[in-house]
Design a binder for this molecule. Structure first.
Ligand SMILES: [Zn+2]
Length: 160
């Protein structure tokens, strides 16, 4: 188990577009495992590689549902529909929460840790979590999309 330090805003690595992953080796496997450990240790529902200082197009998402842990390498948004407005937080912005408008349903193509391409669909909170992490890979932070910041008393039951 290797829990990494979370990069906090502001930091240049959080605001630049990440590089495509081309090598699927043991190092990548270790990075994914470390990202998972770090996400769980900090009680997050997702983590993008730049959040541990690695400027590569890798994200992990786990909203504690039947989908389990989703590993997204070089993810591409193929299509989206609908919309949802809901609260979001980010491990790189401790204590900050705001409402963000996102598509309700998405179809995403990505590669797994062995480099195999897969397509998945997600909706509702899972779609939100995936889109939040995918934004990180383009250096886009949720604060640029917040419609309204939330006060502490509005945060009952909100996951980051
Ligand atoms: Zn985030």
């Amino acid at each position: 188990m290797a829990v990494k330090k979370i990069v906090m805003f502001p930091n240049e690595v959080l605001e630049r577009s990440c590089e495509t992953v081309t090598v699927f080796d043991k190092k990548l496997t270790k990075l994914l495992n470390d990202m998972y450990d770090t996400m769980i240790a900090f009680d997050g529902v997702g983590l993008a590689a730049p959040q541990i200082g690695i400027g590569k197009r890798i994200a992990v998402v786990d909203i504690d549902d039947e989908m389990g842990t989703i590993e997204l390498i070089n993810p591409i948004l193929l299509s989206f529909s609908g919309e949802q407005i809901g609260p979001e937080g980010c491990l790189s912005f401790p204590g900050l929460y705001g409402e963000v408008n996102r598509p309700f349903s998405i179809k995403v193509q990505a590669q797994n840790r062995r480099g195999k391409t897969f397509i998945m669909e997600a909706e509702d909170f899972l779609a939100r979590a995936i889109l939040h992490e995918m934004d990180h890979l383009d250096g886009v932070l949720f604060t640029s999309k917040v419609i309204r910041y939330l006060e502490e008393e509005e945060l009952e039951g909100v996951e980051s």
